[in-house]
Write a protein that binds this ligand. Structure first.
Ligand code: IVH
Length: 674
């Protein structure tokens, strides 16, 4: 190796380390080394470039150095959570979005949408009491935000006083930096969004003031009284209160208009002074919004329709397989590194075997790679004219990386064969196990900051963590000897792990990572088991049989879920691993949300369709009012609610036999004051 080559390698290694530290420091707010070490590394890098100017071409340090350390802000609970948005990528997704809304509301007429450019900045929530800005929060994790009032006060476009406003109102919107203003400071930040984020989280608001932050309002959180019926009325009202509203907001009535609007705004994009990454569509009628409500993370009444992705061309060097946490085998193309939309890509997903066959993708092919927003890069197509004559069709492996055969299962609902091959060994397969660990520490599960995917990979290789329980018995002295870990980062990790030991039952069930048991189903199961003691009965094969039978009573749980739970727990290794995890945790009982609701602690079931609402809405309303929804008529049932459209006679008869209260559709509306 030449000296130049050696310097280059050293430089790349150090840059990679800096990237990692920057990420921990600025994005995760969780420094993994002391400040002094951070500064030392920056100095070393600058010295290297000074002595070897050719390194500048490999990676320019300007964007990486110059951040100011961020600080911890006081955490404040949002009066109403700040949700995120689901994504749509094409017309089909938007048709699907509209269909779901109509089904939920049980209406056939078209639903009017408010279309708003999706500004790529940082969201903030501003609380006004008696017309005065009392505090402002960042989004944080959506439930708790950070108190960044001082910095928000430096933004001229944010009104400090509101005239004729409700007693309490929280205004939500996006803080951003104009593209022109960004030009002035671009040496210090990778892009305008990072600059806005970095600036908002400065310790010294004097520093924030130096950067010209701007604001667009798009919604509200808590409000003491409201007199608007539509999202568009709300935007007008916000404008009256002197908030900047994006001038490209409009009402959209049909799918054709959505497509036209998409093209129009996308073509405007480069001429606008702010970055957009799509268009947000919101159901305009606020009553409808309220009825639609939200799932665990995002509202049913809004979606972000992302702009088409950026594409690039590269050569497929190899096709390998990856194993997911449910054992799913995904083919991945290893490609010659290529920059797509400012990010260097060297892996792209090929989805599944059928997709490879359909597109006849082969090793050696020249491929078009696409990347859309935060989505995994994918291979769109290959150029067959550039193909080498000797190239061979790709044969999909029939074995997992662990060496055991993979199979395509039959979907119990559709009775069709799955497109995905799977390794079904659960924790017995090292590759599946490692992914399961990554799921366990993820945000919606144990949410252990500082224990991300890369750290899990590293700790797995070092055999520090092989099962979930190992997370809670880490030897921190050993970690301290590793590169990239300092006293501070270890202290943070230790605390994050300790805090995560107490977990609510439904969240725990989700964390276990049983296939087909996502957050919603985990809640249903949490409400059923109530305590970890009852949940532990799944470990005994005898008791499990009875439990699985009773799970069929739960609305939302069917053959697919029951079989998956059976498959998971009948695997002795899975059972042992979860059992041993439970011994180190404090699992709290399931918290019923609304015991005192109108239907508090009542078991109810629906039959037939309703005229004024869909089954999903009826279910959501019943749950909000404290009810548990059952899927079959049994003695446990308190009410059978009978919709006017095609109720099942058999169910009504059985309910009558068991002397269960019958509720007509009209009575149902009365009960809920609808
Ligand atoms: S509505 C529950 N409207 O996009 C509704 N969000 O991915 C949630 N954003 O965190 C937000 N422009 O930071 C909404 N006109 C707009 C928006 C917008 C940008 C951002 C916002 C949010 C993220 C969701």
């Amino acid at each position: 190796m030449t000296d130049q080559e050696k310097v280059k390698r050293l430089y790349i290694k150090k840059v990679e380390k800096l990237l990692k530290l920057n990420k921990a420091y600025f994005e995760k707010d969780n420094p993994i080394v002391p400040d002094s070490e951070f500064d030392e590394l920056k100095k070393e890098l600058l010295a290297l470039v000074k002595q070897n100017p050719f390194l500048k071409k490999i990676k320019n340090l300007d964007n990486l150095i110059g951040h100011k350390p961020s600080i911890k802000f006081e955490k404040v609970k949002h009066a109403k959570p700040m949700l995120s948005l689901g994504n749509a990528f094409d017309k089909e997704d938007m048709i699907d979005f509209q269909k779901k809304i109509k089904n939920f509301l049980n209406i056939t007429s078209h639903v009017e949408l408010s279309s708003e450019p999706k500004i790529d900045g940082i969201s903030a929530s501003l609380r006004y009491e008696q017309g005065k800005l009392t505090y402002g929060l960042s989004r944080g994790d959506g439930v708790f935000g950070e108190n960044i009032t001082e910095n928000l006060l430096t933004i001229n476009e944010i009104p400090k006083k509101l005239v004729n406003a409700p007693e309490v109102i929280e205004v939500r919107g996006e803080v951003y930096i104009g593209k022109k203003d960004f030009e002035e400071i671009k040496d210090k930040f990778a892009n305008p969004r990072n600059a806005a984020g970095g600036s908002l989280r400065q310790k010294d608001s004097g520093e924030t003031k130096k950067i010209p932050l701007r604001f667009f309002a798009y919604g509200i959180g808590e409000i003491s009284s409201e007199d608007f019926k539509n999202q568009t009325d709300l935007l007008k009202k916000l404008e009256d209160w002197k908030f900047p509203i994006n001038s490209h907001c409009k009402i959209i009535k049909s799918i054709d208009e959505i497509e036209k609007n998409h093209e129009e705004i996308e073509s405007l994009r480069s001429s606008l002074d702010y970055d957009l990454d799509g268009i947000v569509y919101k159901v305009n009628n606020l009553k409808f919004q309220e009825r639609l409500g939200s799932t665990s993370n995002s509202p049913r009444w809004a979606i972000a329709y992302k702009f088409s992705s950026v594409k690039a061309s590269s050569k497929i060097k190899d096709i390998v397989i990856q194993v997911g946490r449910t054992g799913a085998i995904t083919p991945v193309a290893k490609i010659d590194p290529v920059t797509v939309g400012g990010v260097v890509i060297s892996n792209a997903t090929l989805h599944n075997e059928d997709e490879i066959n359909r597109k006849d993708i082969r090793v050696g092919d020249t491929a078009t790679i696409q990347r859309a927003g935060d989505v995994i890069p994918q291979v769109v197509s290959v150029d067959k004219s550039k193909r080498n004559k000797n190239s061979k069709k790709f044969i999909f492996p029939n074995k997992c990386l662990c060496g055991f055969p993979v199979k395509k299962e039959i979907n119990l609902t559709t009775k069709k064969t799955d497109v995905v091959r799977r390794c079904t060994r659960g924790y017995e397969c090292d590759f599946t196990a490692r992914e399961k660990l990554k799921h366990i520490v993820s945000k919606d599960a144990f949410d252990i900051e500082g224990l991300g995917k890369k750290v899990i990979d590293n700790f797995w290789e070092l055999k520090f963590i092989r099962t979930p329980a190992d997370i809670f018995r880490l030897n921190y002295d050993k970690i301290e000897t590793l590169e990239g870990w300092g006293k501070l980062s270890i202290k943070n990790l230790q605390k994050a792990i300790k805090d995560s030991k107490t977990i609510v039952l439904d969240r725990f069930i989700y964390s276990v990572g049983i296939r087909h048991i996502g957050q919603e189903n985990a809640k249903i199961l949490g409400a059923f088991f109530k305590t970890d003691k009852k949940f532990s009965e799944l470990f005994s094969s005898k008791k499990r049989k009875d439990i699985l039978k009773s799970l069929y009573d739960l609305d939302g749980i069917g053959d697919t879920q029951v079989k998956s739970i059976e498959d998971f727990f009948s695997n002795q290794k899975n059972s042992n691993i979860i059992q041993s995890l439970m011994t180190v945790l404090k699992i709290e009982d399931f918290k019923k949300i609304n015991k005192k609701g109108k239907l508090g602690n009542k078991n109810i079931m629906f039959t037939g369709g309703f005229e004024k609402m869909s089954r999903s809405e009826a279910k959501a309303l019943a749950e909000e009012n404290g009810a548990k929804i059952l899927g079959s008529v049994s003695k446990k049932l308190d009410y059978l609610v009978i919709g006017n459209s095609k109720p099942t006679k058999k169910k009504i008869e059985k309910a009558k036999e068991l002397k269960i209260d019958l509720i007509t559709e009209e009575k149902w509306y009365d009960l809920l004051n609808r």
